[in-house]
Write a protein that binds this ligand. Sequence first.
Ligand SMILES: [Zn+2]
Length: 327
Amino acid sequence: MLYSCVVKKSSGPQHTLAAPVQLEGVGLHSGKPARVRLFPAPAGHGIQFVRTDNIPAPVEIPATYAHVVNTRLATTLGNRGVTLSTVEHLLAALAGLGVDNARIEVDGPEMPILDGSSAPFIQAIQQAGGTVSQSLQRVTLALRRKVEVQLGDKWAVAEPSSRLEIHGSIEWDHPMIGRQEYHYVDGVTPFAAIADSRTFCQLKDVEAMQRMGLALGGTLENAVVLSEDGILNPGGLRHPDELVRHKVLDALGDFKLSGYAIQGYFRLHRSGHDVHSQLLKAIFAQPENYEIIGSSVGSASAGTQSVGSSAGRVGVSSATGRLAAAF
Ligand SMILES: [Zn+2]
């Protein structure tokens, strides 16, 4: 794939986008159309979302764990009562490409789901020229002691490591799943190996989700849907272990909300956005848990500087709208 050669290093200079990027589609849960525009941002700015449909004043929502307001089926950020859902797949794309600084304008309450993975974001960024290095050095959070979180039968453990490693495991009583494990090593595992793995759900849960106003934009074009004994998607799975790969992708996106590059070894079992969010909060709750390596300038939470939202459009991706093959 186009982005298979990308190898991100956790140290070295910060990076931003080479040029603005635009994508359009519908939100997985809201079913509402949304346009997202990604803009380069200065070194030290961090990742910041902006709800541009909030009239008269757009609302900036920093991409930090402190702004997580909901973790049910997706990661939702909020600021001053304005929220933005399903940010994790774009954040995973930015983590995988090593993007430290970007301003992300969205004109609706939820990010477009596109094909249910991070691949469309990566392809659009690559088609617009990829990333460029900046003047400041990347700032890294290094785990210094073990931190654990358990929520029922879901748990996560973070331990010190010289690099970012994520070991995901899932266990479902389903003939297509059973127990799956996947080990991702940042800078070693090709990001393409996880980037195209799609979000998934069980058919029996779809009706209940839709009664709760969720999964309204879901189709077989943007999610893997599991029946009692197989999957409904005509094209099958992209990888035999696509589901656990997607779990690792979700974790990579959620951990981007630390605001830093991360050095740590994460073991995640049956984890989801709630566990990932709780784990970040637990890490930051005790200063002894971690060390910040690099300049004091550059954390995502520090930056509020805005950049030219009037910059020209480059690299428009194909839209993935709601299709007839809804579950
Ligand atoms: Zn996901």
